[in-house]
Design a protein around this ligand. Structure first.
Ligand code: PMV
Length: 360
């Protein structure tokens, strides 16, 4: 396992003047949710997620040595056009990671980024975006230090992505990724995401996630504010303990493939996340009436058909519908005939479990 000091490089053995790299990184959907953090993006509880396959960010990083090394210097393009409002977030990221990437002020960067999912769909692009950017910086670091091991390369990328946006550290490598220290999961750490190291039953192979876009509007409360409200939250300590218990349960469920038990943990996690929002001070609600319509329709359908389909929620109104591949046709039919009416402009995105970043 690496520590923070392992990620502070000693000396680079190579030099590079200019060039470019390009990576894609997927979004991920948490089963046990990260909600609440300590300083330096350390999670208050461990989480685990499925890596997605289709919802991703593709980022190209151009770099060129510059004479002056006093400041960070970068241009940001989103879908081919300059995007000033994304710049402060990147600037903050560069400041946070500079100690781990001491070459950052030596170059002028052009960050050219795009998403495969519609912008302002309510799907957070911070996880895939920060993971893709971190990969590019690691490619540059590897060019400066060609002896770097693969293990270090991916785990430091996840470590850097975490400093950009917590859940981004789960978007680097593996189908099922754990972030946060959990006694029963070997290698798990608060510092970066690791591939779930134990057996995963075939029931979870090619697991499907259809994302129903209920509300594409700007969230009233950002995740940053939401995490912060877990400080002095009346139920915080119990919630953090519950996340550990649920993650332990998932270890068994991943092994034995028990979908009924899987559904109980996953749906309870989603509702607990939103219960934390409703019981913080100030309190807030991110679900919309159609979120509840969908949840009720899923429960009714599951009851009537015994098809193991369930939902989870992020910090927003959209619903992720999760189900095994072998019931795909029936569930998609159900979504089209009964759930699409609750989606904004009838929009939904079909995704499934994926493997992580790809070099382009
Ligand atoms: O990574 P952040 O700070 O945007 O927080 C994401 C939190 C949830 O999506 C609600 C849960 C999770 O674990 O992804």
């Amino acid at each position: 396992m690496f520590t923070t000091t392992d990620f502070i490089p000693k000396k680079y053995t190579a030099t590079i003047e200019s060039g470019n790299f390009e990576w894609s990184a997927p979004s991920n959907i948490a089963l046990v949710k990260y909600w609440g953090k300590k300083d330096n993006q350390i999670p208050a509880n461990p989480s685990v997620s499925f890596t997605l396959n289709n919802c991703k960010t593709i980022t190209k990083l151009g770099f060129e040595k510059k004479p002056n090394q006093d400041n960070f210097s970068f241009d940001l393009l989103f879908e081919g056009k300059p995007k000033e409002d994304f710049k402060p977030k990147i600037q903050k990221f560069l400041e946070r990671v500079e100690v781990y990437l001491p070459f950052l002020k030596e170059y002028h960067f052009t960050i050219d980024t795009q998403n495969t999912f519609p912008h302002s769909s309510g799907i957070a692009s911070s996880a895939s975006g920060m993971a893709a950017l971190a990969m590019n910086f690691m490619s540059l670091e590897k060019a400066l230090n060609p002896e770097m091991s693969d293990d270090y390369f991916f785990q430091k990328a996840s470590f850097l992505a975490r400093l950009g946006s917590g859940s981004a550290c789960r978007s680097v490598k593996g189908n099922v990724v754990v972030w946060g220290n959990q006694t029963n999961i070997k290698g798990s750490t608060d510092l970066y995401g690791v591939e779930f190291p134990y057996t995963i039953h075939d029931n979870f192979k090619n697991f499907q996630d259809t994302i129903l876009l209920v509300d594409k509007g700007e969230k009233q409360v950002s995740s940053t504010v939401g995490h912060d409200l877990m400080h002095n939250h009346p139920y915080a300590e119990r919630r953090f303990a519950q996340a550990h218990e649920n993650l332990d349960q998932l270890i068994t469920i991943f092994e034995n493939g028990n979908l009924d038990e899987f559904i109980k943990v996953v749906e309870s996690e989603a509702l607990t996340l939103h219960a934390m929002m409703m019981t913080s001070m100030p309190y807030f609600i991110l679900m919309k009436p159609n979120t509840l319509q969908i949840i009720n329709a899923i429960w009714k359908f599951r009851n009537e058909t015994q098809i193991p389909v369930c939902f989870t929620l992020d910090a927003g109104a959209n619903v992720h519908v999760l189900y095994p591949e072998n019931v795909k046709e029936k569930v998609l039919q159900f979504i089209q005939s009964e759930l699409v009416v609750f989606c904004q402009n009838g929009q939904y995105i079909c995704d499934e479990i994926g493997n992580g970043v790809i070099a382009i």
